[in-house]
Design a protein around this ligand. Sequence first.
Ligand SMILES: Nc1nc2c(c(=O)[nH]1)N[C@H]1C(S)=C(S)[C@@H](COP(=O)(O)O)O[C@H]1N2
Ligand SMILES: [Mo]
Length: 408
Amino acid sequence: MRGAAIEGQEPLWRFARGRGLSRRRFLALLLAGGAAAVLAACGDAIPERTVEEVPMSPLVYKDATPFIDHGHAGLEARLEQLSGPITPIEQFFVRNNSRSANVDIEGWQLRVEGDAIDRPMALRFEEILRLPQRTMTSYLECAGNHRVMFDLLQGRPAMGTQWGRGAVGNASWTGVALSDVLTLAGVRDDAVSVLLVGLDRGSPEGGFRRAMPIEKAMHPDTLLAHRMNGESLPRDHGFPLRAIAPGWVGASQIKWLGRIVVSATTQWTRNNTTSYVLTGEGYESEGQAPGRVVTEQTIKSALALPWPARLGGSQHRLAGFAHSPHGDVASVEWSEDQGFTWRRAEIEGTQVEYGWAQFAIDWRASAGEYTIMTRATDIHGNTQPESVPFNDKGYLFNQPLPHPISVI
Ligand SMILES: Nc1nc2c(c(=O)[nH]1)N[C@H]1C(S)=C(S)[C@@H](COP(=O)(O)O)O[C@H]1N2
Ligand SMILES: [Mo]
């Protein structure tokens, strides 16, 4: 009976326990007045404290040596140096819109508020740790990954950092379900939009922020993560807490999370109007956005070789990565004749949850100049299109890449 009463209320119970309530009192309050009574007994919200970015914090904290350095914009991974399924933190790309924030955990809190929240609250880090925890593998990719290819392959440069193929990585993330936090805060039935706000400064609106629809926010696999690859979340990746929204573009996966605003109306901010919107010829406006708001990623594949590559010998085993936001990669094909004929690559190992697939190609070629294209297809039949329509800011480029290779 008692167990049954607590069932379905685990987040609330853990929260109440953290605020010193006994199990007995918790159950009594729950029966008498529901979640509102429990929260009332938990005491007032924690007084608000601000977290300042350390004025002299560097652009990034990690060693830039293994990366292609894009200065202010961040660090791009060198795919040819990545081998295993999980990308080590030292090689995981960083994309910052200002600087990596240096958050003091003592003063940190996560505020949850908005017109579609019944019980605005501020959670301390220990309280996040008391909610049900889970670990999940997911790849994370910037909306602008492959952007330079609009220039190289379509002859039309797009605005923004000229990322090659390394604004992507695959990691395991540990944290709590965003839905548990929203439930705890009494998310209302009429909620439609969840704005996540980072504590980094320097973006035009203050902390970098982006809204997602309530359906994505309440999805059980949308997490607030505090560990990456089993380690405490590194400063460059959002310490102490970041969002992980599997399959969605990197910009939705807010780092240094400090505030969540839930509203009954769509929230329009810079990152779903000025940026992270597909604009240009052929794109219709959407709400206050001048084009189509970018949400999910697109299916892609890339060879783990330098661009261009130089290889010695005649027998080659080429490795690569493929990922789809919609599910497992079912096949990767490759072509050495600009896409006229395709052969199957080998998928290596197993794909874990929202993680990427690794593939390999056995290729025989003597000295000469070649291009090799790869094309991934997922279990739902999504595949890379022959050509991607241009958009001004160069998001979501996913046509097969003709990788230039010299065999010497
Ligand atoms: N607070 C905050 N969150 C952020 C950003 C940022 O600049 N500030 N950049 C976003 C973008 S554009 C990307 S691609 C990812 C990159 O995550 P990573 O640096 O951990 O690889 O973080 C996202 N989250
Ligand atoms: Mo990004």
